[in-house]
Design a protein around this ligand. Structure first.
Ligand code: ARG
Length: 677
């Protein structure tokens, strides 16, 4: 089985052909092979001719013809005769025989050596996709809630999106370490430590929701801090006590951490995300390193005492030339230590709205360190010290998932870390942002009482609504039978019924119904978040996300269950044939069959796309289109009533490949497909 996607396979051949035409080495050529804009013209297209026309001093169409001539022998088994269109696009249509061959290489689920993703040992059916040849050591940082506060909808997106990256990259074969950079350090703990000198710490014996009780105390302590000077002074002293390791202060802090983690872990399990307590490396972990970080910055960046004029700044910055022609300067500013960054022209990289250089404070005049200092320590740790299970040291790719409001902070500390030589050109460091979750009024989602929505409440509601949906559906399908979705004909989402396919009566016990509701509810919330371009805001809409039609989790899960049911029925009727037996041939003739086969063959492309560009919605789109392709296929290519055995076995195998692909894809999105629904 090839490691590469179809697109890469074609790109390779086109690069070789363009090398022949231009005399340039193939590895320096961008063959510009893309999926076709309009399937009418083919499956893929090569757009390289236009850019080559000038250097070759020829008309683009002529260049296209030369490339097409050179590539044709290389594609003999792969593509139909090429077509040149418009100014010089080369349209590529894959041969049915090639698609059939390609898909035939996907082994039966068990023979596929149901292989675990490297770090989890979770059993997954890889649907024939081997891991990448050159795995990287990757850190994915996500979720990052704060101690003593309940997780709210603001943490939902980071948690859901980050989890997809962790799953997809691990599936691709990379070595992934998940990091939960929990906010567990800072001056706010002074208030709480002071507070709990006079109040008992909440306990599970007394409080149904300990974290909620702690958060209430937090708010009360904050109030008092703002109005009671004595209290505020003592709270500040308590910060010092905590930092210098005072046992009592430490004990309170540890209890707060433990209770918060417990609540977070429960939520992660409920949400079915991979984060465990082992992935927690909170801000406090870096505390001891902060003085060293500042010291190293002092050594690596230029330093200056007094505030400097712009001219002096750029002049001094010269002294500390950093990689990429940038310069960084560490300056003492009224007792605080501030980093300023400049481009190679000596212009500040970051400016405030007034146009003045914007610095990043790494130590305050009272000696305290900041959020940014911790982030510098964390990135240095991840790139230089973190040990991976394979024994390798230091990540080669670091992904941070936070909301877009922190963009500037990330840009600044990345630039500092570059200047300090921690981020080098051979590593990839990415800040992955996302938009807000909005209410129906298009303002950030709030409860009716105007409060932030607690994640826990949100998930409970999701389940309740999913349960009601199942109930309604069952009542809606009337008749005397208790039918599952499989049996409800009136929904119209399931496409036509095959000749001979009967509406089955699926009986679900109360427990089963609850379990399905749980999975569908969580899946709906996750999928509604993932299906949009993550940088956009989206409106949280229960009815839409739980709809059985459209690009929703219930629809996708239903499609999977339906395909399984079609397969089961055929298997029952025809004596459970082995559709992966060597003599079974995939026959790709009907256009709908071909469209489905092509979509299935593009799975690697869809997954790699998420791994490279960190865009979960592209995988959602792929799966949605796959489901649609399947329904069209099923409309015109009956399975149970196939004309002969060859066609039936081939179509059954396409059913199975589709269900396996859906299941894998949903799994990578953190959604568990179900067999019956
Ligand atoms: N705990 C922070 C918050 O809730 C997010 C941390 C983001 N990660 C980081 N490395 N700064 O806003």
């Amino acid at each position: 089985m090839r490691h590469d996607s179809l697109q890469n396979l074609l790109a390779e051949q086109f690069a070789a052909a363009i090398a022949q035409v231009t005399g340039r080495p193939a590895d320096q050529i961008d063959p510009a092979v893309r999926p076709a804009g309009d399937p009418q013209f083919g499956d893929y297209q090569c757009n390289a001719a236009m850019a080559l026309a000038r250097p070759l001093k020829a008309k683009p169409r002529e260049v296209a013809q030369r490339i097409a001539d050179a590539v044709t022998p290389l594609l003999a088994d792969i593509a139909e005769p090429l077509e040149i269109a418009g100014p010089g696009f080369i349209n590529i249509r894959l041969k049915g025989e090639f698609l059939s061959q390609h898909l035939s290489e996907i082994p039966a689920p068990r023979a596929a050596g149901i292989e675990g993703s490297r770090d989890q040992g979770i059993e997954v059916d890889r649907v024939g996709l081997p891991p990448v040849e050159r795995p990287l050591r990757v850190v994915v940082e996500y979720s990052q809630p704060n101690i003593a506060k309940q997780m709210h909808v603001g943490h939902l997106r980071s948690t859901i999106i980050g989890d997809v990256f962790a799953r997809v990259l691990a599936f691709e074969g990379h070595e992934v370490i998940r990091q939960n950079h929990i906010g567990d350090w800072g001056t706010q703990f002074g208030m709480l430590i002071r507070w709990y000198r006079e109040h008992p710490l909440p306990t599970p014996q007394v409080h149904a929701d300990v974290l909620e009780a702690i958060e209430n105390d937090y708010r009360a302590a904050q109030q008092r801090f703002d109005h009671d000077e004595q209290f505020a002074a003592e709270a500040r002293l308590a910060v010092g006590a905590l930092q210098s390791g005072d046992p009592q202060a430490r004990q309170v802090w540890e209890r707060l951490c433990a209770e918060s983690w417990r609540a977070f872990t429960e939520l992660y399990e409920h949400l079915d995300v991979l984060l465990t307590p082992e992935n927690v490396r909170g801000e406090s972990f870096y505390n001891d390193r902060l003085p060293l970080i500042v010291e190293e910055l002092r050594q690596k960046l230029g330093t200056a005492g007094a505030p400097a004029t712009a001219h002096e700044q750029s002049h001094r910055a010269d002294a500390a030339s950093a990689p990429r022609g940038r310069r960084a300067l560490l300056r003492a500013d009224q007792g605080a230590l501030v980093i300023y960054l400049y481009d190679d022209q000596g212009e500040p990289l970051f400016k405030n709205p007034e146009g003045q250089a914007l610095g990043m404070i790494v130590q305050k005049s009272d000696g305290a360190y900041l959020y940014a200092t911790t982030d510098l320590a964390a990135i240095r740790f991840r790139l230089k010290e973190l040990e991976f299970p394979s024994g390798g040291i230091g990540a080669q790719r670091v992904i941070y998932v936070t909301d877009a409001r922190q963009k500037l902070h990330f840009q600044m500390f990345f630039a500092c870390a570059r200047a300090a030589g921690w981020i080098t050109d051979d590593v990839r460091v990415e800040h992955v942002t996302f938009g807000s979750v909005l209410g129906p009024d298009r303002k950030p989602l709030k409860t009716r009482a105007g409060q932030t929505v607690k994640l826990r409440e949100l998930l409970d509601e999701a389940e309740k609504r999913a349960y009601a949906l199942l109930e309604n559906r069952d009542q809606g399908s009337k008749g005397s039978r208790d039918q599952g979705i499989e049996g409800s004909r009136d929904r119209g989402i399931e496409g036509p019924r095959d000749q001979g396919e009967e509406a089955p009566a699926v009986q679900f016990s109360e427990d089963e119904k609850r379990e399905i509701a749980r999975r569908v509810g969580i899946a709906a919330v996750k999928y509604a978040d993932l299906r949009n371009d993550r940088t956009a805001d989206y409106v949280f809409d229960w009815d839409k996300m739980l709809a059985l039609q459209g690009n929703t989790a219930p629809y996708m899960m239903y499609a999977h269950a339906r395909i399984r049911s079609i397969y089961r029925k055929a298997a029952e009727r025809f004596g459970a044939p082995d559709v992966y037996a060597p003599h079974v041939r995939l026959v790709i003739t009907h256009p709908a069959e071909r469209a489905l086969a092509l979509r299935l063959a593009r799975l690697r492309e869809a997954i790699s796309d998420v791994a490279t560009n960190l865009t979960p919605h592209t995988l959602c789109t792929y799966l949605y289109e796959l489901a649609a392709d399947f329904m069209r296929f099923y409309e015109s290519c009956p399975v149970l009533a196939a004309p002969d055995e060859t066609a039936r076995l081939s179509r059954m195998r396409l059913c199975d490949l589709t269900a396996r692909t859906l299941k894998l894809g949903l799994g990578l999105l953190g959604i568990e497909a179900i067999e019956r629904m």
